[in-house]
Design a binder for this molecule. Structure first.
Ligand code: CU
Length: 478
């Protein structure tokens, strides 16, 4: 018998070959593995998607889910806002992009306010009242503010932050650029439309009760060469009318507010309850203010409506002069003429706006003035003869800068300041005063005698303020 050697051959004789790996059954198994892997991939993607990782599609899903929990596009968001003092509370709200904002605003302050936002203004909201206003659809962050003069600068801003956009909330408005300011050359030549304020102080009128009726107006006037802007006026003038009287006199002033905002008045010469005697005079209304002058000297008055800096900067100030008793040791001496110079800073602004509230707030003044017009007594010098004695009453209304009053080439014989004579007829004692300091809201007077002809400049010896306009001349001739 032979044993076959070699490859498989003849039938029956060779053992059955083993099934190779693969073949028809192997292909089927691999397909199932691929299906399993595909399913696992889908499951993994689903898990990743729900956990918030990765693709743009996931971000969109998350945003719409988040929006859906508060408000969806086109919905209305309502907030309640209180006004307390110079503040909106809250003063910022967040709303989703594309939604409409409605505010219920309650004015708990003592003066009118409004809110301008997204091109819509509530109109003035009187004290104690509530208005509900639809401010429209917001697609980007927007700043609003109270448009009553000066209130924005005092912090009455309201920001709407829109979510779902990349833009940040803008700051509460921009500060307008300063206007062109006439230089000292332009201020020293005569120009059209200029009429100097008469600085001569009239004697006190007779009588012991002084009653006046003043309109408050807001009018465009020339406030510096070539520059007109709206100013706020007591009785059509700035400084306001000078009140003069004697100890014990009664002053009764009725204000008629013909302006566009609240105004009021604070007489430093009176000792009164501020709560009741310095109340606001609303637009279109009248109010009577009264005081008894129990103290002599020179006293400031000014509008006491916030922000006072702005109301003063726009011209709402004046002086009350109460003569000391004629038969007393303090009585005024004989002089040839009396003058009143009211010192202030000047803020030039746009014609219809006047002094810019933010610049006033920043003490960023352009010019300075005696009697509310820079350099006016350079253009219209005050004339005298040699040997004349004059008394110059001084009032500094600021709003912020001091006055160091000096007359070039002269020395003061008498200085009265804030309730007392600092020196009196000092020339007879071989001394005198070169300058008197008048801080804001203080008053003083000086007396001097012109000994020789010449042009005597009177200045604020804070020199840069003299160079800005607090400068004038006494022209003295034989
Ligand atoms: Cu005012």
């Amino acid at each position: 018998m032979s044993i076959p050697i070699g490859p498989a051959g003849g039938a029956g004789s060779n053992p059955a070959p083993k099934k190779p790996l693969g073949g028809d059954n192997g292909v089927e198994w691999a397909s199932w593995v691929l299906v399993g892997l595909a399913i696992a991939t889908v499951v993994m993607l689903a898990i990743l998607a729900s956990s918030g990782f990765g693709s743009t599609g996931q971000t969109t899903t998350q945003a719409s889910t988040s929006s859906g929990q508060t408000v969806t596009d086109g919905d209305t968001v309502t907030h309640q806002v209180d006004i307390e003092g110079m503040l909106f509370t809250p003063n910022t709200v967040e709303i989703p992009a594309g939604s409409t904002l409605v505010l219920e605003i309650t004015n708990n302050d003592s003066q009118n306010h409004d809110l301008a936002l997204n091109g819509i203004n509530t109109g003035l909201i009187p004290p104690g009242e509530t208005v509900t206003r639809d401010f429209g659809i917001f697609n980007e962050s927007t700043a609003g503010w109270c448009t009553v003069a000066g209130h924005k600068a005092m912090g009455m801003t309201f920001d709407v932050t829109v979510t779902g956009t990349t833009g940040a909330a803008p700051a509460g408005g921009t500060n307008p650029a300063a206007v062109d300011v006439p230089g000292v050359g332009a201020r020293s030549v005569d120009h059209e439309g200029f009429t100097p304020v008469n600085p001569v102080l009239a004697p006190a009128p007779t009588g012991t009760v002084h009653e006046y009726s003043w309109d408050i107006t807001e009018e465009v006037r020339q406030v510096a060469p070539g520059h007109e802007q709206v100013v706020w006026l007591f009785d059509g003038q700035a400084p306001g009318p000078t009140l003069r009287g004697r100890l014990g006199d009664t002053f009764r002033i009725t204000l008629h507010n013909k302006g566009t905002m609240d105004h009021s008045i604070d007489f430093h010469a009176g000792e009164v309850n501020p709560d009741t005697n310095m109340a606001q005079t609303p637009v279109g209304e009248s109010l009577t203010y009264e005081f008894v002058a129990n103290r002599y000297g020179i006293w400031m008055y000014h509008c006491a409506t916030a922000p006072m800096s702005l109301h003063i900067a726009n011209g709402m100030f004046g002086a009350v002069i109460i003569d000391p008793p004629a038969d007393s040791a303090e009585s005024l001496s004989e002089v040839d003429e009396e003058y009143l110079l009211v010192a202030s800073e000047m803020f030039l602004g746009e014609t219809e706006i006047g002094a810019d509230a933010q610049r006033v707030n920043d003490r960023d003044y352009d010019l300075t003035a005696f009697n509310f017009y820079p350099n006016q007594y350079d253009l219209a010098p005050i004339e005298h003869k040699v040997g004349d004695t004059v008394r110059v009453w001084l009032m500094n209304v600021g709003p912020d800068q001091s006055l160091s009053f000096h007359v070039v080439g002269e020395v003061f014989d008498t200085v009265f300041s804030e309730g007392r004579y600092l020196i009196r007829d000092a020339g007879t004692r071989g001394t005198g005063s070169q300058a008197v300091n008048v801080s804001v809201a203080q008053g003083a007077f000086i007396e001097l005698t012109f000994n020789a002809p010449g042009n005597y400049a009177f200045v604020n010896h804070q020199m840069t303020d003299a160079e800005k306009g607090q400068h004038g001349f006494f022209t003295v001739t034989d």
